[in-house]
Design a binder for this molecule. Sequence first.
Ligand SMILES: [Ca+2]
Ligand SMILES: [Ca+2]
Length: 455
Amino acid sequence: MINNLLKLLLIIVIILMPLQVYGENPKVVKAWLGVYRYNGTYYDPLGNTFDGSSSFEGSDYIYTVINYQLSNGDIIRQVIKLNDNLGTTDPAATTVLYWNDKNWVVHNLPNQTVINKYESEIPVGSQIKISMADNYAGTAYGNGIWIVHISENGINFIEASQYGCYYHNVSFVFQNLNTNSIWEVQMPYKNKNTIASRVFYSGIIPFNGSNATIYNIHGDTPYAGKILQFAPPTELFKSSGGSASKSKEKTVEMDYQAEEAEKTIEDTKSTISQIKSKYNIKEAESLLSQAEEAFNKGDYSKAKELALNAKDTAIKIKEKAQTVDGIIKDAKSTISQIKSKYNIKEAESLLSQAEEAFNKGDYSKAKKTALEAKSLALDIDQDSIPNEEDFAPYINNYYIYSIIIAIILILAVNYYTSRKRKKEYDERKMKEFRSKVEKWKKEGYDVSELEEMLK
Ligand SMILES: [Ca+2]
Ligand SMILES: [Ca+2]
């Protein structure tokens, strides 16, 4: 008995071994979320449109779509499908309240009464809170709640719930956009149409070919306490091993990106060819050729970014050139008005330098030189007094003022010096006189009158 069991185990191990070695499972490498207000066409966040149907009665029919890219290049599109007392809506009226990444950075979405379109790439490891309305009323979302966690192995959710007035047949529908294969994973049936009726459950839906499992089911459902298993069709998740993946190098996502990049490059090309006939936009042309290079290397996102940058640069240069053109025209007209009255040869020479720079495409130099030319024409000596008001239009008034101040200073110094000299002379003379009086006094002369004078 034990021997047989060991043999069985051995056989199982042998059967599974090659799978482990060669059958590497595809992983979820990227995901995108799209939430749309229905406008007659169904979209997914990768830019595809698809067929659907609606029995939703309210005016606020919002639907949610998730795209997953697998490591083998396959793209899976997920929607939620609802069948209730009022009919079928596929994709069901579903909106997203928020999503958060694995670091719990939360991205809130506008609510269902105002949201029109929301598209975002969602990092693997994020979770998305989806809220469903049954087919009954406008904005009354909340008849179904799932917090869908995206991992590299697929998706899972804990304690999802459905409630409200109607019975629900809800399923998660996965479509492989490369093979068109469809996998519908049934959620537990909500079987009562009373407001108090509820059903709760959890689920694991792997993207590697294994069964989906819906478990922890409780509430008003015939499935309470059971575990539901749903196997995917064989076409849905192909292994990434072998040559199959080589043939899938060009995935839907890559095609989409390539198409986007190509469109952007074409658009930029036409903008550039229009502008370059008039203006020098070498910088933009160089960015465009870098974009084309990136495109040829298959780096479509870089190609698109560079092409957008090229277009933006071309437009900015055109706008700048137009402004500079205006500045040159203005300088020209100013100069032609002034040159009959004043000699403004220097300004005229600067203006022709500006025009030359403009024709060469050096718009910064052209602008600077044209502004200088105009300023020089209006105020030849650059003393900030316009020619018309300037008593000496060719001589900088500051020189004149400086010279006047210098002359005044010299005169003042001379005056001071001569006064000082005179005073010193007087004092010397007085001293000599005093000593003479002193001498006369000693010699016996009466100097009392002179002494009185000297007091
Ligand atoms: Ca002046
Ligand atoms: Ca002057």
